[in-house]
Write a protein that binds this ligand. Structure first.
Ligand SMILES: Nc1ncnc2c1ncn2[C@@H]1O[C@H](COP(=O)(O)OP(=O)(O)OP(=O)(O)O)[C@@H](O)[C@H]1O
Ligand SMILES: [Mg+2]
Length: 644
């Protein structure tokens, strides 16, 4: 067990944490929630030993290992991705280094018995320490997080910040720590990887503290919610929806007490006023006054200030916003796009979707002109002004500048008041506008970047995962601002709930092509699942052709062919059957997913639990079926190879 004792920490004159105590039992899985800037990251950094708290202590058993995934970009050096992940396992990493060095030596001196013996010993120790398994596990984890086998040996430096965070996550996961601290892991993942992580974490046996603004993710993984509010931590047993319910009940109870107290106060005041002038009642009045003073006034919990902002277009573009014609693009050898075409008109709101690495961000960079295609045309319409919002835009905030300076930079106005007004809408009031952006929390930085765009004269918004880091209030505010927006919008997001309400067009990138679907996101998703599984197994290499044949052998081969052809038919049927089961499960899962995404579902806990249970089940069944399908399919392919 890890014990947090009376932890206090102030930054400047603000108490971020005031006297927090929290026992973290073995195997406990807590969701840590709170508005942007509440101090969640600060608490995790203290637990991870990155910050020394002003007061209080953390007691943990000797040898307790803590794995911490920070909210924002980490810089760490490494060679290839796989090596970086494996480096996390220090003993194994050390042995591996030694083995490599020795192999190199043996290369120079191949028959040296001393070296060979030493290699044998090292390999044995490597095996004992789980080295061979570890490599497989590292590969499985990397695969789950969206890396392709070809990526494993690529140097870390070739990957963007978001992908490096995934490497870092993989590194922490395979260390199998006693306490796992994850600060908004979903920010770096797309939907399939997020689902994979969910599965992985549901099997994780250690304790876990998970910061997330995604209540569906929390609901599936945690057994309690710890809320940070005004420096205090309150722990609610149960899932996120239990926490919401208990909070609402508490609030109601306090409100009732408050009302009752107000009635009592009014009555006493009336009594005092009535008898004040009467000498005979003087004693009674005095004692009532005393009683009134003694009443401990109940305070209503402050209503969370709701955020509201509007994104307006000062100068609209003409009707044609973007025209892409027969465009082809590649970074190195592989084509990311092959002769694709796309048109976007004023006022359209579209989602850009595609698997990991399909080229979503590349397309946005081609549109902004940051990248130039090898052939074809990318043309923006007249008067189109692009506002680009992305994760790396947040990272690009100059940490030395203040909030006010950061947003003033490209603002269409230089007047301070309108700028301050907009900042106020994003929760920066008073001195907060003079904070340096380097010290802001993740959500605060995201808001600064949003405010920047809002103040600049744009009419075509391109947003890459805009809901990352934002707390629930800010997400809602962004969603309504974008719904009311009358410019053009192209958005990459994996928050289905967010997408569905906002967009009416889906632009899909798949295998180097672009397909446009006119309709809402859920319609698109339903249609895609109906089309069957997308995953393809890697085929087995064909069997090499045999040499000259004898008669006996020919006969045996003919028999074998017959048997094979029977097998082939049987396997073929099995594959069909599995595929149709997969399709119907995926359909069911998509339906459940959209049920769960509906806030109305949270009103009926029993039904909700049933949905969640079934959702989990379908996930497990799907996983089983997919691996069954893969093995049958590869059996089938090896039979085909034998025949040919
Ligand atoms: N060096 C600093 N100087 C001034 N304020 C700071 C400093 N470091 C952190 N803060 C403030 O402390 C508060 C808590 O930050 P923290 O990162 O812990 O919040 P959080 O709950 O993780 O928020 P988010 O949901 O946005 O990630 C924020 O308001 C932040 O601006
Ligand atoms: Mg944070």
């Amino acid at each position: 067990m890890i014990q947090i004792h009376s932890l206090s920490h102030a930054i400047g004159d603000r108490d971020i944490l005031s006297g927090i105590s929290w026992p973290i039992h073995d195997g406990q899985r807590a969701g840590l929630v709170g508005v942007n800037g509440a101090g969640k990251t600060t608490l995790l950094r203290i637990l991870a030993g990155e910050i020394r708290p002003d007061r209080g202590e953390i007691v943990k058993p000797a040898g307790c290992r803590i794995g911490y995934l920070p909210q924002e970009a980490v810089s760490f050096t490494g060679r290839t991705i796989l090596e970086t992940v494996m480096d996390g396992l220090h003993e194994i990493g050390n042995l591996e280094h030694q083995i490599h060095a020795l192999q190199h030596q043996i290369g120079q001196d191949p028959h040296n018995p001393v070296l060979l013996k030493r290699l044998g010993e090292l390999e044995h120790r490597f095996d004992q320490a789980g080295g061979y398994r570890a490599e497989n596990e590292a590969k499985a984890v990397l695969g789950g997080l969206g890396f392709r086998p070809a990526d494993f040996s690529r140097p870390l430096s070739e990957f963007s910040g978001g992908w490096r965070m995934r490497v870092y996550l993989a590194r922490i996961l395979i260390q199998n720590p006693d306490l796992l601290l994850l600060d908004e892991p979903g920010n770096h993942l797309d939907l399939p990887s997020l689902e994979w992580l969910e599965q992985y974490l549901s099997r994780f046996r250690g304790s876990m503290i998970l910061v997330s603004h995604d209540r569906f993710f929390l609901d599936r993984l945690v057994d309690r919610i710890a809320e940070l509010e005004m420096g205090r931590l309150t722990v609610y047993p149960g899932k996120y929806h239990d926490y919401e319910r208990i909070k609402a009940e508490n609030r109601e109870r306090i409100e009732k007490k408050y009302e009752a107290q107000q009635d009592e106060i009014t009555a006493k005041e009336a009594l005092i006023a009535r008898f004040r002038a009467k000498a005979t009642k003087a004693r009674m009045v005095q004692s009532e006054i005393k009683r009134l003073e003694k009443i401990e006034r109940i305070e209503l919990p402050g209503q969370e200030k709701s955020l509201h902002f509007k994104i307006s277009v000062d100068v609209p573009s003409y009707k044609d916003v973007l025209r892409i014609r027969d465009m082809s693009f590649r970074y190195e050898t592989d084509w990311i796009f092959r002769e694709v075409s796309l048109e976007i008109f004023r006022g359209q709101k579209a989602a850009l979707v595609g698997l990991n690495g399909a080229g979503k961000t590349t397309l946005t960079r081609l549109i902004t002109g940051e990248l130039v295609p090898q052939s074809g045309v990318v043309r923006l319409g007249e008067r189109v002004r692009i506002g680009y919002y992305a994760q790396h835009q947040i990272d690009a905030l100059d940490p030395a500048r203040t909030v006010l300076e950061a947003v003033t930079e490209n603002a269409s106005t230089t007047q301070r008041q309108p700028i301050r007004d907009v900042l106020g809408l994003f929760g920066f009031t008073g001195d907060a506008v003079d904070k340096r952006t380097g010290v802001l929390s993740g959500g605060e930085k995201a808001r600064v970047s949003l405010a920047k765009i809002l103040l600049s004269p744009v009419n075509f918004l391109i947003m890459d995962e805009p809901t990352n880091h934002l707390d629930i209030r800010s997400r809602d505010a962004l969603e309504s601002a974008l719904s009311a927006y009358d410019g053009t919008l192209l958005v990459i997001a994996h928050d289905r709930y967010f997408l569905d309400k906002l967009i009416s067009r889906v632009i899909e990138i798949r295998d180097g092509r672009i397909a446009v679907f006119e309709g809402h996101y859920s319609e698109y998703a339903a249609r895609r699942t109906a089309a069957g599984p997308v995953r393809k197994p890697e085929g087995k290499p064909p069997v090499p052709p045999s040499g000259r044949k004898s008669r006996e052998r020919k006969r045996r081969e003919a028999e074998a062919r017959q048997r094979i052809s029977k097998d082939r038919n049987r396997l073929n049927e099995t594959i069909r059957r599995i595929e149709s089961e997969i399709a119907s499960l995926e359909k069911e899962r998509a339906e459940l997913g959209s049920r769960l995404a509906d806030p109305a579902a949270y009103k009926n806990p029993e039904e909700l639990r049933a949905y969640q249970g079934r959702y989990r089940e379908t996930g497990e069944e799907l996983e089983k079926l997919l691996s069954e399908w893969e093995s049958v399919q590869s059996e089938y392919e090896s039979i085909l190879a034998e025949i040919s």
